[in-house]
Design a protein around this ligand. Structure first.
Ligand SMILES: N[C@@H](CCC(=O)N[C@@H](CS)C(=O)NCC(=O)O)C(=O)O
Length: 229
């Protein structure tokens, strides 16, 4: 059923989509980078015949991201982030304190399983600017909730650094794509959340991802709807 595309590699292999569009790929990739996981990456552009042909060789869900390591397949962004943390980061991508760690997990889980209106209505397109979107109640509520969550994390847990929980943690990987949604759709931000967005987007790993996204040439038509000309 799956695994047909695998060859034994010395390093983990992370299969991702376009860096411009694939928000789930960015989450797993950033967590892997911050875990210092030495990995190969294979990019398969979304929404292409190549994607349909290739992805069946790698992913049981036919989705990216998917990771191969030690002969195993890990096919979900959160599972990849957790695995990178456990196997390569000695657990330091979650806070050490149990209660703080639970809050970090809750923030991460909220992104992984929620914010459908935000993800559907404001898709990530890093190359875009001045995008316009028809607001609706669900979308506005999602935007308000992200901002509320970021403020709470920064104020209650952020003293040790500039990430949501001070030091980089898995929650930051999960909200990194949202920072691009907010900047490309020009969502009005106050100081706390603006500083957080700036911090994420000036991170060297995030900048490397963006530089690669800017080099990509594929355009996904559906994602271009709403781009102000
Ligand atoms: N829950 C999955 C979601 C993965 C997902 O939806 N990936 C999208 C790209 S960002 C995908 O592979 N889409 C391909 C398709 O639907 O054909 C995860 O967290 O990894």
């Amino acid at each position: 059923m799956f695994g047909k595309g695998w060859v034994e590699l010395d390093k983990p292999l992370l299969i991702i989509g376009n860096k411009n569009y694939s928000s789930w790929s960015l989450r797993a990739w950033l967590a892997a980078c911050k875990a210092n996981m030495d990995f190969e990456e294979k990019r398969i552009p979304l929404d292409t015949p190549e994607f349909s042909q290739e992805i069946v060789r790698y992913s049981p869900t036919r989705r990216v991201p998917v990771l191969q390591d030690k002969g195993r397949v890990i096919w979900d962004s959160l599972a990849i982030a957790e695995y990178a943390n456990d196997a390569y980061a000695g657990g330091r991508l979650w806070p050490q304190d149990a209660v703080v760690r639970a809050s970090d997990r809750a923030a991460t889980a909220e992104m992984h399983s929620g914010f459908a209106a935000l993800r559907g209505g404001m898709p990530m397109n890093i190359r875009a600017s001045d995008r316009v979107v028809l607001q609706n109640d669900a979308l506005s509520a999602d935007i308000r909730r992200v901002i509320e969550l970021w403020r709470t994390c920064r104020q209650e847990f952020g003293a040790g650094g500039n990430w949501l929980f001070g030091q980089f943690s898995i929650a930051d990987a999960f909200y990194a794509p949202v920072t691009f949604r907010f900047t490309t759709y020009r969502v009005p931000l106050d100081t706390v959340e603006r500083e957080y967005v700036n911090h994420v987007q000036s991170d060297p790993d995030v900048r490397a991802w963006v530089a690669a996204a800017l080099e990509e040439t594929e355009v996904i038509a559906a994602e271009e709807v709403g781009v102000a000309k």
